[in-house]
Every structure is written in structure tokens, then in C-alpha cells.
Design a protein around this ligand. Structure first.
Ligand SMILES: NC(=O)c1ccc[n+]([C@@H]2O[C@H](COP(=O)([O-])OP(=O)(O)OC[C@H]3O[C@@H](n4cnc5c(N)ncnc54)[C@H](O)[C@@H]3O)[C@@H](O)[C@H]2O)c1
Ligand SMILES: [Zn+2]
Ligand SMILES: [Zn+2]
Length: 393
């Protein structure tokens, strides 16, 4: 089959690789119809290279048709239309019992002290072949796959794999009071959907980014925007917009590759250049994140407010302004999305033909799988208006 494979920093290719096969009775094989490139894939593309191996199959936002199931899989059958959550969870362990599916103790990667395995996400997360491919082996398919109805286009459902549950969790963790306000840093797909979900749940939403078409997309979904390329005092602007206090909650939907902090860029570049074993240590022991957005979030949120960090951070020694966090009494919540936890909340939105979250207005590019390298390039460089890139067969 054809699959998108990693070959080095900013080098992904479409290779022919062996078809996957059932290995465990709880496996399923899915024929992918649509899959997406995620902001999280960009960390692998550029920063997390020490944990990648040449030929690794990327991707964790797939949907498609079930081809084959193992003997113990009864919740889906061949021919079903399914979306595959990006985290692989067993559904039965202690953590899954708490609906903390991204912490599943059955698939946890103990070697690196990491949470649940993820599709296509490096050695840190189980080294599982990903879903930017024609076929995907789905472990724990007796629990994971989400059945969706036939009929509406893939774009209606594909974001259940990651973007929508992640955005839902970001909003949930933000604990916005009734009728309150939330600022969303970063208007990539995660920030866009966090903003739309918060609006749908009654909040006032202010989005911050520096890319014109991302600001424009947010605006057309009822989100007020601040252009960070024109404002170097964003926290002050946010306070001015909210009675001098700051928004009740802030969502950081940017993460470790924020623009505008050159010092750490050097560490990220360095860890990409060093031999793998040394780079792994640098990555795990050093502060590799550009924390400028995190700092701006802490500065922006009102006293006693909540900071919800949904952007991914990876460093082990990032400095944090503890005094400010403590003195302002800020509640902080974060983590990888527990995808299946939020599917019940999201189903009514994606099943409605009125498309209340505007899921059909997110993808800017729909490319055949063969053109994935181009997709990565334009998405990373934010060229050609790329906001979300879908790949299809
Ligand atoms: N927690 C989870 O489970 C989970 C799941 C999916 C994605 N993520 C993470 O969420 C983050 C966003 O993902 P995405 O797909 O939307 O990616 P993306 O790269 O498209 O979005 C990031 C956005 O941040 C903006 N940005 C960069 N620097 C900024 C700054 N200084 N001020 C304001 N905006 C700035 C960029 O212009 C871009 O629009 C990534 O870190 C991704 O890894 C987390
Ligand atoms: Zn993703
Ligand atoms: Zn589990």
C-alpha cells in the first residue's frame, strides 16, 4: 500500500510499504478514505526528530471503512464506516474506567514514562504505524473505533479523530463561567474549533493569531480577534477588552513551537542536529519549548481564572512564572485529549445537517495521499492559505 513516511527533518515521502495485517484478536484493519495532517504532526516534522525512525508511517486523524476484524472485535464489522481516535486505549483498565483514555495503562509507553500509545507518533508514544496511508491496523478495535452514519461527506466526521474532542476538552478544562469570556491563543484547527465550541456553549470568545486568513476564518464564526503581528502587548489589549480584568479563561492552542522566541529555537534546532542518543537526552532534560504564548496566557487570564493548555509542550525544564501563577490564583489544566470521553457530547453537532460548528468550513486543502509532502510543506509554512489539509485516496 501507499503510506506517508518520515525520512528526516522536513522530509516526508509517500512510499510503498507492506499492507498491515491482523496480529491480535482485538485488531481491525481499516481502509482509509480521509485522513488529515495535524499541528501535532509538525512537531515530528521539525522538532521531535530524535524519537523518529526513517520509514515511520505518520498520521493520527483517519477515518474509513472496516475491512477486517479480529475474533474478539464485535462492536464493528466489515463495511462499517468508522473514525479512529488518535489515542489507543483499551477501554477496560483503571485509567479508561476514569475516562482518562489518553492515560490508558494497557497501552502506556513505560519505557519513556509516557501516556497511552498514539497512532503515528514516534517512539515516545509506542511507535505505532500511523493513519496517513491506504490501510491502517487498529489495535484495541474492540473499544476505539467510532461508528458514524453513512451518507454525509467524510468532512463531517473526520475531525472526531482529534480536532473536535481536543477542542471540546480545551473548552471543558477552561471552566468558563456562564456567559463569561475566553481568549484562545492560536487559531489553527484546534483554536478555531475551541473558539466555535465555546461560542456554541454561550461564551464570549477572543482569538489571537498572526496569520490573516486564520484571523478571518475565526471572525466569520463570530469570534473577536486580536492580530498578534500588530500588537506586541496582547495581554494588555485583552484586559482592555474585558473591563480591565482579563478574560475569565485562556486556552493555549499554540504549544511548543510558538513564533517569536528565538532563544529556544536554537535548542530545538540543536536537538534536530545532534546524534539521536544525545538529542534524546537534550530533549528530555532541557527546556526545549518556546513558552512565550504560555507566558502571555498566564499574564492575560484574570485573577482566579483558568488556563487550559491544549497545545503540546515537550521540554523537561521550562521556566514558569510561579509567583504570577500563585499570586493570581490561576487554575491550570492540560493534557492530551481523552478522545472517546467527548464523543457523546459532539455527536449531535456533527450529525446535524445545519452543521452548527461549521466543520465543513475548516479544511482549506483536499489533496490525494500522493501529494502529502506538499501538504506538509504548505501547512507548516502557512502558505497558500493552508489551515487544515485533508488527504484522500
Ligand atoms: N492536547 C491534545 O490532545 C492535542 C491534540 C491535537 C493538537 N494539539 C496541539 O494543539 C496545538 C495546535 O494544533 P493545530 O493543529 O491547531 O496547529 P497549528 O500549527 O495550525 O496552530 C498553531 C497556531 O498558533 C499560531 N501561533 C503561533 N505563534 C503564535 C503567537 N505567538 N501568538 C498567537 N498565535 C500564534 C499559528 O499561527 C497557528 O495558527 C499544537 O501544539 C498541537 O500539537 C494537542
Ligand atoms: Zn492531530
Ligand atoms: Zn485502558
Amino acid at each position: 500500500m501507499k503510506a506517508v513516511t518520515w525520512h528526516g527533518k522536513r522530509d516526508v515521502r509517500v512510499d510503498t510499504v507492506p499492507d498491515p495485517a491482523i496480529r491480535e484478536p482485538t485488531d481491525a484493519i481499516i481502509r482509509i478514505t480521509t485522513t488529515a495532517i495535524c499541528g501535532s504532526d509538525l512537531h515530528l516534522y521539525e522538532v521531535m526528530t530524535p524519537f523518529m525512525e526513517e520509514g515511520d508511517i505518520l498520521g493520527h486523524e483517519p477515518m474509513g471503512i472496516v475491512e477486517e476484524v479480529g475474533a474478539d472485535v464485535t462492536q464493528i464489522q466489515p463495511g462499517d464506516r468508522v473514525v479512529i481516535p488518535f489515542n489507543i486505549s483499551c477501554g477496560q483498565c483503571f485509567m479508561c474506567g476514569l475516562q482518562l483514555y489518553s492515560q490508558c495503562e494497557t497501552t502506556q509507553v513505560r519505557e519513556y514514562d509516557c501516556g497511552a500509545a498514539l497512532f503515528g507518533y514516534s517512539k515516545l508514544y509506542g511507535h505505532v504505524p500511523g493513519g496517513q496511508a491506504e490501510y491502517l491496523r487498529v489495535p484495541h478495535a474492540d473499544f476505539g473505533p467510532i461508528k458514524v452514519p453513512k451518507g454525509p461527506p467524510d468532512e463531517r466526521f473526520v475531525y472526531l479523530s482529534d480536532v473536535l474532542p481536543t477542542a471540546w476538552q480545551a473548552v471543558e478544562y477552561a471552566s468558563i463561567p456562564d456567559g463569561g469570556s475566553v481568549a484562545v491563543f492560536g487559531l489553527g484547527p484546534i483554536g478555531q474549533m475551541s473558539g466555535r465550541i465555546a461560542r456554541a456553549r454561550g461564551a464570549r470568545v477572543i482569538g489571537i493569531d498572526l496569520v490573516p486568513e486564520r484571523l478571518a476564518m475565526a471572525r466569520r464564526h463570530g469570534i473577536e480577534v486580536v492580530d498578534a503581528s500588530e500588537e506586541d502587548r496582547v495581554p494588555e489589549v485583552l484586559r482592555d477588552m474585558t473591563d480591565g480584568r482579563g478574560p475569565d479563561a485562556v486556552i493555549d492552542a499554540v504549544g511548543m513551537e510558538a513564533h517569536g522566541a528565538p532563544g529556544i529555537k536554537a535548542v530545538q534546532t540543536l536537538s534536530g542536529l545532534l546524534p539521536d542518543s544525545i538529542a534524546e537526552t537534550v530533549f528530555q532534560k532541557a527546556g526545549v519549548d518556546r513558552v512565550n504564548v504560555l507566558n502571555a496566557s498566564i499574564e492575560s487570564v484574570r485573577r482566579g481564572g483558568t488556563l487550559s493548555v491544549i497545545g503540546v509542550y515537550g521540554g523537561m525544564a521550562d521556566p514558569l512564572p510561579m509567583m504570577k501563577l500563585f499570586d493570581k490564583q490561576i487554575q491550570v489544566r492540560m493534557g492530551q485529549a481523552n478522545v472517546k470521553r467527548w464523543i457523546g457530547d459532539l455527536m449531535p453537532y456533527v450529525n446535524s445537517d445545519a452543521d452548527p460548528l461549521g466543520v465543513e468550513d475548516l479544511a482549506t486543502h483536499r489533496l490525494p495521499l500522493d501529494e502529502a509532502p506538499h501538504g506538509y510543506e504548505i501547512f507548516q509554512q502557512k502558505r497558500d492559505g493552508a489551515i487544515k489539509v485533508l488527504l484522500h485516496r
